[in-house]
Design a binder for this molecule. Structure first.
Ligand code: IMP
Length: 426
């Protein structure tokens, strides 16, 4: 196995990355999260115990694996403390083997407030975790970084400036009275920081000097990438492979021999607003949502559901230079007499085979489908590729032929052992 492995979302998030990373990270010394924040929700079930990871890399659940929250992340300190405490209460000690970047930005309570206000005006359906505003402050060069919390004077000065700014926006743009109780900041930021401040270091340097083998865990998915996704219906970070270098502090050169795999569902889902050419509605949608248990791990929101979109998946393959796809939830399609797959879009009489940048096209295009025969047999929990129904194999082959890279692994259920390797992941 390559000593640098990247696992990221090839769709709009929620592809089932948590379980895959949990499985694969067993072979790595270090696991790194490099973008996003507590908007992510990666669910893992280990020996019947369920863990929902929001900020921590999933790999840290393995006793030997060191976890890194790298500089590209925006960190909600209270949420991180609660996440660590929850995992430790289940008997898994992790704090002593976690490193947090001193350059990572802090999600402040007023970022969450701003997220709510911005959502009220032409909202895009964010997770309301303050992610967009935290990155907005970062790029305005007004953000508070972990390192600032070591110096009370610096922290307070920056915070006061920030609060003035937010107050102006809240009152002048949104006409909302804005007051923030400093006790709240104490509770949400200052005290949680005390809990893990010993773990805050220059993670880029630590990674350069200590890492033997490392797994990088993407959050969200390629179609939510700020540059390559369905802008503006995206998250505020580079959730594709484009975020690896700036998110970790490694030069792009470091990744030249990394293997990069994209996780994709056998169908498609999305939470929040934005274009979704293959979206299903009514009873058909209800059926797929119920079968797939498609409710958000972070917000509990019902997910929008639809058929697999190969135009979008091929975009993810190209953007990330994927070595292969890890396909999840194939079993959700068991029993469907026919399965549709989108192979192109049509808009204004023009056929699109490349994923368009234009929101207008994405929102108004008509998906062009191929219809493939379904299978009656259950694929749930299968661990042997030879037991896959012939039409399921045909479905997989169709996908591979279109996207031009292999499906290297199948996940066949939520449990750790429910998977099939179709190719060696190296
Ligand atoms: P934000 O990341 O909270 O700003 O939300 C921006 C968009 O990304 C919204 O459509 C969210 O629903 C979506 N999003 C953010 N994080 C995730 C995730 O982990 N899974 C799926 N969608 C997400």
């Amino acid at each position: 196995m390559s000593n640098k492995l990247v696992i990221l979302g090839a769709q709009w998030g929620d592809e089932g990355k948590g379980k895959i990373v949990d499985l694969l990270s067993e072979h790595f010394d270090v696991s790194v999260r490099y973008q996003g924040g507590s908007n992510a929700g990666h669910t893992v079930v280990i020996n019947g115990v369920k863990y929902v990871m929001h900020l921590l890399p999933t790999g840290i659940l393995h006793p030997h694996n060191v976890g890194v929250i790298a500089q590209g992340m925006v960190v909600d300190l209270k949420a991180l403390k609660e996440e660590i405490e929850d995992i430790e209460s289940k008997g898994n000690r992790i704090l002593h083997k976690l490193y947090i970047s001193d350059r990572a930005h802090v999600v402040m309570p007023y970022h969450k407030l701003l997220d709510k206000l911005l959502e009220r005006k032409n909202g895009i359906g964010t997770t309301l975790r303050g992610i967009g505003p935290a990155y907005m402050f970062k790029f305005m060069r007004k953000g508070i970084r972990m390192v600032d919390l070591f110096d009370q004077k610096v922290f307070e000065k920056k915070m006061e400036e920030n609060i003035e700014f937010v107050k102006d926006i809240a009152e002048k743009v949104f006409g909302e009275k804005f007051e923030i109780d400093t006790r709240y900041i104490e509770e949400e930021v200052v005290r949680p920081f005390e809990f893990f401040k010993d773990r805050v270091i220059d993670t880029a340097k630590w990674l350069r000097e200590n890492t033997k083998s490392v797994i990088f865990e993407g959050a969200q998915g390629t179609l939510l990438d700020i540059d390559m996704g369905t802008y503006p219906y995206v998250t505020s970070s580079n959730s594709s492979a484009l975020g690896l270098a700036n998110g970790t502090g490694f030069s792009p050169k470091y990744f030249k021999d990394a293997k990069i795999y994209g996780v994709a569902k056998a169908y498609l889902t999305r939470v929040g607003g934005g274009p979704f050419p293959t979206e299903l509605h009514g009873e058909e949608a209800e059926k797929l949502r119920e079968r797939g248990g498609e409710y958000g791990a972070t917000t509990g929101r019902p997910r929008r559901v639809g058929w697999l979109d190969l135009v979008a998946l091929k975009h993810a393959v190209d953007v990330n230079a994927l070595d292969g796809i890890i396909l999840t939830k194939l079993d959700v399609l068991d029993g469907y007499p026919e399965i549709k797959v989108c192979v192109a879009y049509e808009y204004n009489g023009k056929i699109y085979r490349d994923f368009p940048a234009s929101l207008e096209v994405l929102e108004n295009c008509k998906p062009i489908y191929e219809t493939l025969p379904g299978w009656k047999e259950s694929t749930k929990g299968l661990t042997d590729a030879s037991k896959l129904p012939a039409n399921a194999k045909r479905y997989l082959r169709f996908i591979e032929d279109y996207i031009g890279v292999p499906i290297v692994m199948l996940s066949t259920g939520p449990q750790r052992h429910e998977y099939i390797f179709l190719k060696e992941i190296v």
